[in-house]
Design a binder for this molecule. Structure first.
Ligand code: SER
Length: 590
């Protein structure tokens, strides 16, 4: 079996032989960049060089960069989604371009990793106002032996990469997928779908634009290549395995959990084992960072707290009464110390912080779970009140996402907006600011989230218009990339219905409508026909946001000033969330 370290070296050597010098990987926490919490791609520390600055190692670079992406946290536990992963990256800073980049990645994944051509699928950009359909990429893939049915064309949502944050280098891309032996899940099944048939293994970004603050794209001085491949996923394929937990990156952790818990790793326990090992690995690496991030209620510390507390709850579910995290972190440190010496150097800090966080949460976890169960058992409808979710957060230390997870397990939802209102009013009262701001999940107020918030209002109304007035919001969650909206409805939406909803929202966007807000009493709002949460507990007066006759909704805000700021709206997925509740994931393109 090939070890992770051998695959890292195989990659570095392959690109080194093709003129690429090793660029030191960066710490997990970005330097001087407040726009993102964690390094999420290997290109991030290289942005100045992609923008034209000379790199001391030259214009062909290669490295292995740890990345944290929490967007997929709910997916962790399946065969290959991870919150922390290692990205194998190579770059051309104004040197070679598209076809050479594609040829090299192809050679690496087919000849060195051994993936048969017949098991590959790739995506290319189908063209937009600025760039044409990527025929050069298509021709290159064809010249390498890919057949028509293996090449998929998508627009900006799937095949435009970056920038990270609001501005900076970006461009069209061509992604590579491994195709599993599965039937298509629907007529439109393809790499964009996450039914499990397609596993992304890497991405070639043709990075030749710079996104400016005003949203326009300028040509970069140089045309760059930014390629990223997933180490863990390639390791599965290299070794003919089925999932990352069978590789040497995770197997020792799985074995250790079995030993410490006296529980067997099988189908019924596998999710717990996987989440525990994934989260403890990510947490150990975050704690090992020289920036000394510790669990807290804001920013990086909040993500870390979520990971650790989720892992703790998963151990409790396995029936484990002790703190096994420390022993598991020791395994991580041992297994990875050769490639990442910082782990060993930070050993006592990592173990101390894990012990502290465990002790803090352990005190309230069991009683909190009991209280939560009571709340859920006594629900009048499907949704847990925002104030109850806040109580779980404030008194028992339950990150909101943990409460949402408990709700999902019971096919219930949580009033996230209501939670935020309680959270904000508590913050105002305490005035200490000690709770701080959440990023990557909660009261995030960057520009994108504000836009998505307005898009959510439009979506809410459009759904009522297309599917009928019985449709009601069941939950909503926004991060800086997409919105997620749960609503009561008892069947799958048809393609036509999805298109009509998109059309209504895009119509509102194209009509460039001013978003207005006024304050009124709940009764006044109700009389006007506003939708939203009619709960007078949150104060006499409420804010009502109006988007012409498209939407009238009670909400705390914030929202964009004009719908034109949303540019265009697209539904990525419509799926079941729980009994009688559907879930939509949607994006806006800028
Ligand atoms: N930056 C690109 C990505 O993250 C390729 O490295 O997919």
């Amino acid at each position: 079996m090939m070890k992770a370290n051998e695959l890292r070296n195989l990659y570095l050597t392959f690109y080194n032989e093709r003129g690429h010098e090793l660029a030191a990987a960066a710490s997990l926490i970005p330097e001087d960049d407040a726009s993102v919490l964690y390094i999420s791609a290997g290109m991030q520390p290289l942005i100045p060089f992609l923008m034209g600055k000379r790199h001391p190692k030259g214009n062909r670079l290669v490295n292995v960069q740890r990345c944290v992406r929490t967007d997929d946290i709910d997916e962790v536990g399946d065969d290959y989604h991870l919150t922390m992963f290692e990205m194998l990256g190579n770059w051309s800073l104004g040197d070679y371009f598209k076809s050479d980049a594609i040829k090299m990645s192809f050679e690496f994944i087919t000849e060195k990793v051994g993936i048969p051509i017949s098991k590959l699928a790739v995506t290319v950009h189908k063209g937009n106002d600025l760039v044409e359909e990527d025929s050069e990429a298509v021709k290159t893939w064809q010249s390498l032996g890919l057949r028509e049915h293996q090449i998929f064309y998508y627009g900006d949502e799937e095949n435009w990469w970056g920038p990270i944050g609001e501005t900076g280098p970006c461009g069209p891309d061509s992604e590579m997928f491994y195709v599993n032996e599965l039937e298509d899940c629907s007529e439109d099944c393809g790499p964009a779908c996450n039914c499990g048939k397609y596993m992304e293994i890497g991405n070639n970004v043709f990075m030749s634009y710079d996104k400016k603050e005003d949203g326009t794209l300028k040509d970069l001085e140089q045309k760059n290549i930014d390629v990223g491949l997933g180490l863990e996923r390639l390791l599965i394929l290299k070794n003919d395995l089925y999932n990352v937990y069978e590789t040497d990156l995770f197997l020792p952790l799985i074995k250790k959990i079995e030993e410490l818990s006296n529980v067997k790793y099988d189908l019924s326990t596998q999710k717990n084992f996987r989440v525990i090992s994934e989260h403890i690995r990510a947490s150990s690496f975050i704690l090992a960072d020289p920036k000394k991030i510790v669990p807290s209620n804001s920013d990086q510390g909040y993500i870390l707290r979520r990971l650790i507390r989720r892992a703790i709850r998963m151990t409790l579910q396995l029936g484990v009464q002790d703190n096994i995290l420390i022993d598991l972190a020791r395994v991580v440190i041992d297994e990875y110390k050769e490639s990442y010496s910082q782990l060993k150097l930070s050993e006592s800090f990592i173990l101390d912080e894990l012990a502290k966080e465990y002790n803090k949460f352990n005190k309230t976890l069991r009683s909190g779970l009991k209280v939560a169960s009571k709340y859920f058992d006594n629900l009048d409808d499907q949704e847990l009140k925002g104030e109850d979710a806040f109580k779980l957060y404030d008194t028992y230390g339950f990150p909101l996402e943990l409460t949402i997870e408990l709700a999902n397990e019971r096919e219930k939802t949580v009033d996230v907006e209501g939670f935020k209102r309680c959270f904000e009013s508590h913050q105002k009262k305490s005035r200490t600011g000690s709770i701080g701001k959440f990023k990557g999940g909660l009261a995030e107020s960057d520009e994108m989230s504000i836009k998505l918030h307005t898009a959510t209002h439009l979506l809410n109304s459009a759904l009522k218009q297309v599917l009928g007035n019985t449709v009601n919001q069941r939950g909503s969650h926004i991060n800086s990339e997409r919105l997620r909206f749960d609503f009561s409805f008892d069947r799958k939406m048809t393609k036509e219905e999805i298109e009509s909803v998109e059309e209504i929202v895009n119509d509102a966007i194209n009509s460039k409508i001013e978003v207005s807000v006024s304050e009124m009493t709940i009764n006044e709002a109700r009389e006007l026909g506003a939708i939203g949460v009619f709960d007078s507990k949150y104060g006499e007066k409420v804010k009502v946001y109006k988007i012409d006759n498209y939407s009238l909704e009670i909400c705390g805000g914030p929202h964009v000033k004009n719908t034109s700021e949303l540019n265009s709206f697209k539904i990525l997925k419509e799926q079941s969330s729980s009994a009688g509740v559907r879930r939509i994931k949607a994006v806006i393109t800028t």
